[in-house]
Design a protein around this ligand. Sequence first.
Ligand SMILES: *Cc1c(COP(=O)(O)O)cnc(C)c1O
Length: 236
Amino acid sequence: MSIAENIARIRSEMTAAALAAGRDPKEILLCAATKMNDADAVREAIRAGVDLCGENKVQELTQKLAENAYEGAPIHFIGHLQTNKVKQVVGKVDLIQSVDSERLLAAIQKEAAKQGIVQNILLEINIGEEESKSGFSAESVFSTLENMAQYPNVFVKGLMAIPPIRQKDGDNRKFFQKMYALSVDITAKKYDNVVVDIMSMGMSDDYTEAIACGSTMIRVGTAIFGPRNYTGNHHH
Ligand SMILES: *Cc1c(COP(=O)(O)O)cnc(C)c1O
């Protein structure tokens, strides 16, 4: 299957899942998770109609920007971002999806202020409460939201989550539902610099379930590009 054929299949499944949930398919964007795929693969995905690209590693982002891989498509940062690398990401991407601590938020504020811009972000929620994952808990995120007036150069456009690795179909539905409930709570409370428009959830194995639960952006890697080669690759 080519990248274009994979994207066509994903698009039709996205549409079916949206319609089954009584939603407008146009509400849901397809983000190509491009990690470990080269500039040519990224260009092929963009030409085949993904809405945007998500990059995980600062080094890959920097390299692909230099190669003009994204051809003007929107770029999101979706991986763990270290505070000492914010300079290489702030102002270079349309959205940082993976803001997982208030410390990182403060570092982004400082850099965005220096550049004289407002950086759009999502807050990453550790919805499965896993030790191995970073992110805000569904409880702790509220104290950070209350502090948002301290970060005038950052705007929160929504939430992102990576649920636990699932055992079978349907396992992650409860996490997606919890995310949706959290978005409703946040919207009801009205915080400075916060409008929850984007719910980034759902990956190759579970995007139809995520769409059923209110996702507005799915991040898909394997189902577009095929399995990633984790051995002998120069990115590793
Ligand atoms: C790799 C990655 C994805 C895509 O994962 P697949 O299972 O390959 O679709 C989505 N989100 C993030 C943050 C990722 O790192």
